[in-house]
Design a protein around this ligand. Structure first.
Ligand code: HEM
Length: 285
């Protein structure tokens, strides 16, 4: 930063400097410390996290051909509709149709645990579930422990994006409760339960909608972006980045691991070999 400031003062400011750091130095009145915090936050909070998350999705998906196939179908439908209407760029409406992709994103974040734990400090003495936490002690809530807890997720070590699909719990003729995936209309919106449960399934007596997982909101069992007032500021952007990446990946490429590698999780998630993959250009459209 000092070098930059010196260059600016010496009038040696060129286009190479025309980046975030250059912009804040020129146009803001933030302190040096605030600028440093901003740049570091964007690099580590904003870049490392989403790139690791995307890497994890590549890794998990190569082990789940059924998920790749379902993604391809979802994205082909979107891409075909765009081609027909002569549009090119993805837009918000397309993103909203990426239902199964959201399941893949949630499952990647649950199993991958990009941010494994948070840092907190007790500001006063706290008694929690029989434990005394003295004021000033550091508390590390371990998000990964919740995401991999078998009392919240069946077979928690298994990559299963279908667990996030919206489901309806229905009472069937035999008197048992059964889960059904909610059917979708051509625009991707959920079909009213009544229209598919009673007309098409004679065994369904009564239905109550239930969301088996939540891809967006935080709940106590799924909080890859933290929660409360310090909820990740980039959570929606991160999910969008992942979805757009997956869109182009499954529509255009086939990939496999070049050599065995697996995520290593301490203290930060990373692949020791950098997850080398062999990529073939295989456009589906
Ligand atoms: C998959 C990607 C991401 C994950 C898993 C993630 C996770 C998190 C988590 C768990 C926190 C809360 C930290 C805490 O409570 O102590 C957080 C905070 C934050 N994240 Fe993200 N993040 C991701 C992507 C991004 C992106 C893309 C940006 C910005 C472009 C971003 C910006 C921030 C900022 C500024 C905070 C601090 C919010 C505050 O303290 O008020 N993150 N992130």
């Amino acid at each position: 930063m000092k070098e930059r400031i010196q260059k600016m003062e010496d009038g040696q400011d060129d286009m190479e400097q025309d980046d975030l750091l250059g912009w804040v130095l020129k146009h803001s009145n933030l302190s040096t410390e605030q600028i440093l915090d901003l740049v570091l936050s964007l690099l580590f909070a904003g870049h490392e996290t989403s790139s690791v998350a995307i890497t994890l999705s590549i890794y998990f998906l190569q082990g789940s051909p059924a998920a790749v196939k379902q993604l391809q179908e979802e994205h082909l439908q979107i891409a075909r509709a765009k081609k027909q209407s002569g549009e090119k760029e993805l837009n918000w409406e397309d993103y909203k149709k990426m239902e199964f992709t959201q399941c893949v994103v949630s499952e990647t974040l649950r199993l991958g645990n990009v941010v494994r734990f948070l840092h907190r400090k007790a500001l006063k003495d706290v008694r929690y579930k029989g434990y005394d936490i003295p004021s000033g002690w550091k508390v590390l809530p371990v998000l990964a422990a919740v995401h991999l807890d078998s009392s919240h997720f069946d077979h928690p070590q298994h990559f299963n994006p279908w667990r996030w699909q919206q489901q309806a719990v229905c009472l069937v003729a035999s008197g048992k409760r059964k889960k059904f995936n909610i059917e979708r209309q051509s625009d991707g919106s959920p079909m009213p339960i009544r229209s598919w449960c009673s007309d098409r399934r004679t065994d369904v007596a009564y239905c109550t909608e239930q969301n088996s997982g939540s891809s967006g909101a935080t709940n106590n069992y799924f909080m890859p972006f933290g929660g409360g007032p310090r909820l990740c500021a980039g959570s929606e952007l991160a999910k969008l980045e992942m979805a757009v990446f997956i869109h182009h990946l499954v529509l255009n490429y086939h990939w496999e691991l070049a050599e065995p590698d697996q995520a290593f999780a301490f203290p930060f998630v990373d692949f020791p070999k950098g997850l080398p993959i062999i990529v073939k250009h295989q456009p589906l459209l």
